[in-house]
Design a protein around this ligand. Structure first.
Ligand code: SAM
Ligand code: SF4
Length: 477
């Protein structure tokens, strides 16, 4: 059975949710992973077609080591064929951790009296942004608890503050948001401030299970959260990110929930999610969750490989919740964006303590497991022949749905993404990189230049790189 998405009329009134748990369970239960079928489904994905719920369920039910390897190989091939070696870098910036909800898995939950509550002042935000710019960051995601103080006007104000804070050659060129669901007017307000992606994670797509983790506050309303990105679309904000918090419920169910959400957005708005996130639950202040649904590393790799194949066009984000070793492995299966130099404690980017200092869980949302600085991450990406990118060109040129274009327009990556990655890396080398990193990066850049088949693009790229060396900034294709 293949579920056909329906179109709903979206208003701020509560609407019928588009997730039917029994239907997802039924698909999961009735789909069997037969070898031939698994191989056909991988081939379908490699021909750049999104998979149906049923096809995704077949991959989820592939349990033999042989088939699991084939699925991972398929994801690796898709990533190499379509996205190449570019990895986009960003940093999260926590603006405020006051919260009126009580999500049982989160350090910021209202019942946690040990959490040190703080909202950055405007001056502190400016200092944080300057410190991030001093490291070379160009893309931020601003994160907020759910609280009356963090209304759309306030969020829009903080976004503008980030864009307006420039230090030396440093500037923030793209500000994404991870905040509570808004109404249509609210989404319009934040869109006017020039945000990139608005991310909202459903946490768990299972409505009954959802209730058990969200006992109080606005977030207890499953449907209001599930339909948030529909309201974003109605507000004209078509750049949206979805996600599920892995560890709350059966991981296979959550993968199908993400695919169902994707085909709902595609069917109703003709545009799928810009990004999919798959955070795994990490330790947090005073956390005591049962580990019944925690996802082990092997199954987590399957989550990512299967999502890559199921939604071949979307950006996939893997954060510093995961260790360096896990991130290194999972990059191969199609992760396209990672954070670098991440600090979760409010106000900590501007402080000068050493990066390895123990994280105080009462000051942040959860424990991170990758404490590398941005430069260390860049250095190690270069060691793996990956091209670190701070590119924001599509968004600023109004090429919306950029991941879809990268994916669907022949030659888009070669023509735009790879050259823009090289240009933003050149800026980083001129302004921030230590010599050792610069040497490695130039070797890779020269290798990439040699491999370029389009002489005209190569010539334009070299000319732009020369201008950057002479002091020009923000050049892109
Ligand atoms: N407060 C807003 C909300 O709940 O939508 C903003 C997002 S919250 C600050 C960012 C995300 O962190 C949540 O959506 C959740 O998926 C994730 N998260 C919460 N607790 C976590 C934990 N203990 N480990 C890993 N991720 C967690
Ligand atoms: Fe608040 Fe978000 Fe944490 Fe829930 S996940 S307690 S809404 S900050």
């Amino acid at each position: 059975m293949i579920f056909k998405p329906e179109k709903y009329s979206i208003t701020d009134e509560p609407i019928k949710p588009f997730i039917d748990a029994s239907e997802i369970e039924n698909i999961l239960f009735t789909s069997k992973a037969d070898k031939i079928q698994v191989r056909d489904i991988i081939q379908k994905s490699l021909s750049k077609k999104r998979l149906s719920l049923y096809e995704t369920a077949v991959l989820l039910n592939a349990e033999t080591p042989e088939l699991i390897e084939e699925i991972k190989d398929g994801a690796r091939t898709l990533k190499n064929n379509i996205y190449g070696n570019r990895i986009v870098l960003f940093a999260p910036l926590y603006i405020g951790n006051k919260c009126s909800n009580n999500c049982t898995y989160c350090g910021f939950r209202s019942s946690n009296i040990h959490s040190e509550r703080k909202t950055l002042t405007d001056t502190e935000i400016i200092h944080e942004v300057e410190a991030l710019e001093d490291n070379g960051q160009k893309r931020l995601i601003l994160v907020y608890g759910e609280h009356a103080q963090y209304n759309p006007e306030y969020i829009a104000h903080t976004v503008r503050l980030c864009y307006n804070t420039k230090k030396g050659t440093g500037e923030i060129r793209r500000v994404n948001i991870n905040a509570a669901p808004l109404d249509i007017a609210g989404f319009k307000t934040v869109k006017e401030a020039g945000i990139g992606t608005f991310q909202i994670f459903q946490e768990t797509y299972h409505p009954e299970i959802y209730k058990t983790y969200h006992l109080r506050g606005k977030k207890a309303d499953y449907t209001y959260r599930l339909t948030a990105l529909d309201r974003a679309q109605d507000a004209g904000l078509d750049d949206v990110g979805i996600g599920a918090l892995f560890g709350l419920y059966n991981w296979k169910f959550e993968v199908l929930g993400l695919v169902r959400h994707t085909n709902h957005l595609e069917a109703c708005y003709n545009v799928g999610p810009h990004t999919i996130s798959f955070p795994r639950i990490k330790d947090a202040s005073m956390l005591s969750l049962k580990d019944k649904y925690f996802v082990n590393d092997n199954d987590f790799a399957r989550v990512i490989a299967i999502l890559r194949l199921a939604v071949p066009y979307t950006g996939m984000i893997l954060t510093a919740r995961e260790s360096k070793e896990i991130r290194d492995e999972l990059l191969q299966y199609g992760v396209s964006q990672i954070d670098g130099g991440t600090k979760l404690e409010l106000g900590s980017y501007a402080r000068t303590e050493s990066a390895n200092e123990q994280q105080d869980l009462n000051k942040g949302q959860f424990r991170i497991n990758d404490n590398r600085s941005l430069n260390e991450i860049i250095d190690e990406l270069l060691d793996q022949q990956m091209l670190p990118s701070f590119c924001t060109a599509c968004y600023r040129l109004g090429r919306t749905g950029e991941h879809f274009m990268e994916f669907s327009v022949p030659g888009f990556i070669k023509r735009f993404c790879t050259p823009n990655a090289m240009l933003t890396l050149t800026e980083y080398l001129m302004d921030y990189a230590p010599q050792k990193t610069a040497e490695k990066a130039w070797t890779l850049i020269n290798k990439q230049l040699d491999a370029m088949v389009n002489d005209s693009v190569r010539a334009q790229l070299i000319s732009k790189m020369e201008k950057i060396k002479e002091g020009k900034r923000d050049l892109y294709f």
